[in-house]
Design a protein. Structure first.
Length: 204
């Protein structure tokens, strides 16, 4: 069984991701302090709320630098929803905020016609894949569950391996070396989401 650390910065319900990882045979545990040893190779960074609050929680707990050190040591990390956004260089939600700097991108508000597309973007959407590690075995596309209003601004960036449409092209999956992210919630996306998590655990 692979040990998987789930970053717990004190916000959000982490039970779903814990249970999903257990369901695919992993041994997840919550990692809530930089002083706590990370006795695993794989790290999952979930997140709910705003970009500034997410970074404040990670920074004040000392987890931000520890997460970056884990990734820069070449160990696999998966950001989910806000956790994926926090991997970026910068976020523009409420105020300009520096992110973890593991992905050279900026997170901005999803620009859609308000009379046609409500924000936040909530519900199931079909993600079309480019070549990537997380999507192995899923074919050309699959449905996943989203809850968000902010997105990576450049869907043409080389680290983007999956996008959906919601009034605009929405960056949905990113991969750069050992750094991975999903804008959707794989733990709430049934069989396709579990495949994403299995593929992440297969990364060495």
């Amino acid at each position: 069984m692979k040990r998987v650390a789930i970053v717990d910065s004190g916000a959000g319900n982490l039970t779903s991701i814990f249970n999903a990882l257990k369901a695919i045979g992993a041994e997840p545990y919550f990692w809530s302090s930089a002083a706590q040893a990370i006795d695993c190779e794989h790290l999952v960074l979930p997140g709910v709320g705003s970009f500034p609050d997410g970074m404040d929680r990670l920074t004040s707990s000392g987890l931000a630098s520890a997460v970056v050190a884990h990734a820069r040591a070449g160990k696999p990390i998966l950001g989910i929803c806000l956790g994926m956004q926090l991997l970026a260089d910068h976020g523009d939600e409420f105020k300009p905020t520096q992110g973890l700097g593991l992905i050279p991108g900026r997170v901005t508000k999803l620009k859609v016609e308000s009379s046609l597309f409500r924000l936040p973007h909530i519900g199931w959407n079909d993600v079309t894949f480019r070549s990537g590690t997380l999507t192995k075995g899923l074919g050309a596309s699959a449905d996943f569950y989203f809850v968000h209003s902010y997105v990576y601004e450049d869907p043409t960036a080389p680290y983007v391996v999956g996008c959906c449409e919601y009034g605009a092209e929405v960056v949905s999956i990113i991969e750069s070396g050992n750094v991975f992210g999903t804008q959707f919630h794989p733990e709430k996306s049934q069989a396709a989401g579990l495949t994403i998590l299995r593929n992440f655990l297969s990364v060495c």
